[in-house]
Design a protein around this ligand. Sequence first.
Ligand code: ADP
Ligand code: 5GP
Length: 199
Amino acid sequence: MMQVLPTQSSANTKECPSPGRLIVLTGPSGVGKGTLMQALLKRHPELYYSVSVTTRSPRPGEIDGKNYYFISRSKFEQLVAQGEFLEWAEFAGNYYGTPREAVLNQVRSGKLVVLEIELKGARQIRSSFPSALSIFILPPSLDELEKRIRGRAQDPEEAIARRLRRAQEEIQAADEFDVQIVNDDLETALNAIEATLFG
Ligand code: ADP
Ligand code: 5GP
């Protein structure tokens, strides 16, 4: 239950990893974050992509340990209590969290570490790691976003409706981020992310 969990500010103490850097990639569900990430990792295998932990069920084709670590709610709550997450949040009825130790180790070893996470988690990271670079991916329009979510055809109708509602809230927070990139043409958006990271 949400009430019995510690607050979502487990990353409250200021931590200053160096010399690597945390990159936070956020944007509404269906905007193309996963697609952009895959392409980015192909071009830059030196990046470290943080595999999150979730209580959501795997979509067809998703692999445990690659896309996510899929675990039960009770196990997730246990990990929260043990302080194992750098940040965590509830999204559309499921929990999602970033494993603390793996990420901090990679940052300490000098890597650019990319977290692909939703808004509440991104806010936690930005307050704990002011040196993190935060990027918000915007859709060309809400209509196009809905098309993409439906086109993915992997979420139940009720989840699609929730994700669209949440998307509108998230998009309003885009200005909080260091950089905003519209994912209209994939290649153009990818180049813009590259220019932000390496330019
Ligand atoms: P997210 O990870 O943000 O939830 P996905 O990467 O799963 O989004 O993308 C959602 C859908 O949108 C997928 O079917 C993907 O192929 C499609 N998509 C991603 N980027 C673009 C783009 N630039 N133009 C058109 N379709 C896109
Ligand atoms: P999906 O269920 O579509 O894979 O992900 C739903 C949302 O959860 C996306 O916005 C995604 O970026 C976000 N998400 C994935 N992993 C994490 C995480 O570890 N922490 C947080 N806060 N959000 C996450």
